[in-house]
Design a protein around this ligand. Structure first.
Ligand SMILES: Nc1ncnc2c1ncn2[C@@H]1O[C@H](COP(=O)(O)OP(=O)(O)OP(=O)(O)O)[C@@H](O)[C@H]1O
Ligand SMILES: O=C(O)C1=C[C@@H](O)[C@@H](O)[C@H](O)C1
Ligand SMILES: [Mg+2]
Length: 192
């Protein structure tokens, strides 16, 4: 089975870290949407936010997501933390399939990223408060987009990689043993 999946979750939830190891272990390309965007814009996301604003970044993010999800074959796609904010992106991801939400609480995330200065939305004032606000808005959107939720609080990164692989293998076996019905019958069809 060739892995083709996407990771969503809060900034600092582990999408890049888990995604890179998952791709390495399964031998498929790893695509980090944030890195791809930084190549496109020729600067860091943080500095782009400062000079061009978040709305412009979201336009480019939507464009990059639409393009990359058209690429055929195996891949592990790590999305940006805010990629689910736009309904069109959520739809693109659901269609792509195998979307995993790496869930972490604001408190866990804070412990992981408190010394990191690269995340534009977590700079300034009170990052813990900001994480709680982001989580309240986004947790329902990650759940709405994802096919699976992986709890990341306790396991190590390598255990999480194994958990994701197991989840995808189980889904694959279930799909192979019970393929969708090919019958022409539709529930609204009254001719039978
Ligand atoms: N399960 C985990 N347990 C402990 N630390 C973790 C775990 N997952 C990630 N980390 C650490 O948390 C930090 C943030 O992880 P990472 O950069 O992968 O998050 P991200 O989801 O890609 O964030 P962003 O959306 O901002 O790109 C890193 O220092 C990483 O090593
Ligand atoms: O949570 C967010 O809105 C963001 C997360 C990062 O992955 C980057 O995509 C960018 O910093 C915005
Ligand atoms: Mg990342």
């Amino acid at each position: 089975m060739q892995i083709r999946c996407a990771l969503v979750g809060m900034p600092g939830s582990g999408k890049s870290t888990v995604g890179r190891q998952l791709a390495h272990r399964t031998g498929v390309p790893f695509i980090d949407l944030d890195h791809r965007l930084e190549k496109m814009i020729g600067t860091t996301i943080r500095s782009f936010f400062e000079t061009e604003g978040e709305a412009r970044f979201r336009d480019l993010e939507a464009q990059a997501l639409a393009e990359v999800t058209q690429q055929p074959g195996g891949m592990v796609l790590s999305t940006g933390g805010g990629a689910v904010l736009r309904a069109e992106n959520r739809e693109v991801l659901r269609q792509f399939g195998n979307v995993l939400y790496l869930r972490a609480s604001p408190e866990e995330i804070y412990k992981r990223v408190k010394h990191d200065k690269t995340r534009p939305l977590l700079q300034g004032g009170n990052p813990m408060e900001k994480l709680r606000e982001l989580y309240a808005v986004r947790d329902p959107l990650y759940r709405e987009t994802a096919h699976y939720v992986i709890e990341t609080g306790r396991p190590s990164v390598s255990t999480l990689v194994s958990m994701v692989m197991m989840q995808l293998e189980m889904a694959h076996s279930a799909a192979v043993s019970a393929p969708p019905s090919t019958s022409a019958y539709q529930p609204s069809d009254t001719s039978h």
